[in-house]
Design a protein around this ligand. Sequence first.
Ligand code: COA
Length: 214
Amino acid sequence: MIHVIDAGNRHLYGAELEQHFRIRHQIYVGERKWMALERPDGREVDQFDNADATYLLAIENGRVIGGTRLVPTEGPHLMADVFPFLADVRGLQRGSDIVEWTRIFVVPERRGGDSKVLHTVMAAMFEHCLANDISAITVVMETWWMPRFLELGWEVRPLGLPTMIDGMNCVGTIITVSEEAYRRTLAFRDIEAPVILSRRGAKRAPGERRIQHG
Ligand code: COA
């Protein structure tokens, strides 16, 4: 199941969030060699890891095995603050019903083949957006994602022209949130809904008790 972690419950997920920052460093700096993100403390944290960020983490027996980050587009975010030229055809898309998607990852041993981890995290993103009246997701992505998203039946529209950035072919896009995209992402890997652990069943603070009904 996917855990949704935001300012309201992050005090319950200190260890898992910390683990996830370290995994991000191993993956983005160690593996992908995005050296601008290197930090001596081994935690990959940027200016968008603030109280407004929402993390969707796949956690299995206390181990983070995948995850991603959503950031509101009304405030500072990657496309607006760092790569605005990627939206110079259709313009930056901001709104209370639009979030920006960044930092999708799966730990190396759980990738590829018939692994469900990536598609479960992506389905969780749609599940979360549908439940929170979010109608679209913007993303700064490498262009190789495009055929993968189209294969899933997602509606993905470029906001600007593909551009080479540090040797990577990147494009700014907007993805429509829909029941159809959610359903097809689940079906692609035969994943059962819902994928997000409900807050009622999620972690509780020490001493906090589940309310019994009936
Ligand atoms: N460049 C080009 N294509 C890539 C790619 C990359 N860096 N990473 C994945 N792909 C494509 C390839 O087509 C790949 O198939 P191949 O290995 O036969 O070439 C396919 O995606 C499957 O990728 P894989 O890594 O085997 O498994 P996955 O689909 O379960 O996971 C990711 C995909 C991206 C989540 C995983 O590779 C990952 O965590 N990578 C590191 C983090 C990252 O780069 N995230 C994206 C930017 S935020």
